[in-house]
Write a protein that binds this ligand. Sequence first.
Ligand code: PLP
Length: 364
Amino acid sequence: MQPRDLSDHSPYVPGRGVEEVARELGIDRSELIKLSSNENPHGPSPAAVEAIREHADRVNVYPKSSHADLTERIAEEWDVTTEQVWVSPGADGSIDYLSRAALEPDDRVLVPDPGFAYYAMSARYHHAGVETYPLSIDDGFAQTAERVLSAYGGERIVYLTSPHNPSGSVIPLEEVETIADAIAEETLVVVDEAYGEFADVDSAIPLVNDRDDVAVLRTFSKAYGLAGLRIGYSVVPEEWGEAYARVNTPFAASELACRAALAALDDPDHVEESVETARWARDYIARELDAETFDSAGNFVLARVGDGTAVAEAAQERGVIIRDCTSFGLPECVRISTGTREDTREAVDRLNGVLADLELGAKA
Ligand SMILES: Cc1ncc(COP(=O)(O)O)c(C=O)c1O
């Protein structure tokens, strides 16, 4: 007995974890600076931690009212109806819910290349095909309507990522509208704003109210520091609202995740500090790293270093975990998440040492 043919399903390649690397190097985890998964170096909001403690003894019940409270709170925040808010286990969960709601077998989705792997993974789980539109390193991964539309061939979902992972580029709202205007009525444009808080541009959520063909993804994993709890959401067109009850996995967003997200929303200082640090750190990396970098609106910076695998491996030996971008199809690049000011300075210093050593080695 075998699972179905999964040969065209690629496994997700996550950034390397601290425990895993510390064990491998035989060192204490505190000696490592982990900048490989775009996590929040300030940790979660203290208010979220308190909410988790407070509700820990109530996890014997299914998350009903916490889910309803969170949905309502998010709807208020964005001035949309509660039906338009699809709470999910991470933004990944919302990608699955949209796949379930939109895709028939043999439909196709259009995704950026390079880009976030889960769009394609989710589409394939739902028996859909995957087409790509190229983003080019030569123009700094510029995202334009023209680029997307020239690859568009009637796909059911078009994914836009703003800020884009792994490059950090953004797509202006006018371009999103141009795309939505140009494509078929039955195509949904999904704007992934997992890193939206870090960008200095407006969210596409107001567009969702003006039209019936745009949805937006958001998460508590990044600016809110709740990646380990798995909580996110999508904002969908009004016409899609009632599909949620038919496609969501019951109670997939847990009691503690919903409670923590509610508390985090009431702690704007934590988000503000997280965003401020990320903006400082991405400017610092761009300025101080001895390599070509790309303008980023996220909490990470993509750097062209020659041999991404060699640099990531050598960095790891010096206690800095960064993301080799080979799995994104960018073997010459690494992605460096923003850390605290102290960790970012230290990491850039060690990375410059690695780059200098590799350059000397190449010349020898
Ligand atoms: C562009 C993008 N979208 C979505 C996600 C999924 O985030 P989560 O499922 O943790 O909310 C990520 C995670 O790294 C991401 O980079």
